[in-house]
Design a binder for this molecule. Sequence first.
Ligand SMILES: [Zn+2]
Ligand SMILES: [Zn+2]
Length: 124
Amino acid sequence: MHSEGDIINEREFSVDAEEIPMGRKFERKIEDFSCENCGTSVEGDGYTDHCPSCLYSKHVDINPGDRDCDCEGLMEPVAAEVKKDEYRIYYRCLDCGYTHRVKSSPKDSFEAILPLLSKPIPDK
Ligand SMILES: [Zn+2]
Ligand SMILES: [Zn+2]
């Protein structure tokens, strides 16, 4: 949850505000990381926060890109669906059970997405 203090801090650090999509809270922090599941090194582009090979992610965001969550559990891809020519990947945090959904990146492995398409979409 955000306090007033958090909101002020975020404004200070939003250096490229002109790139924020309309009305959406989305900070860009470009980070490279290694996948904790399969070890692939992932070149951060400021948007993708999951591994393109196995699709695993890390529980670091409350809002996309904000890195405000200190759980840092491994997020397991549990399902996927196709919406308007793009894939959505559903995740569940292995540590705290938090679930969320992201758009897949064009770099994501289709072989990794494919089996997820037949999995049930989590309710929440
Ligand atoms: Zn991986
Ligand atoms: Zn978590």
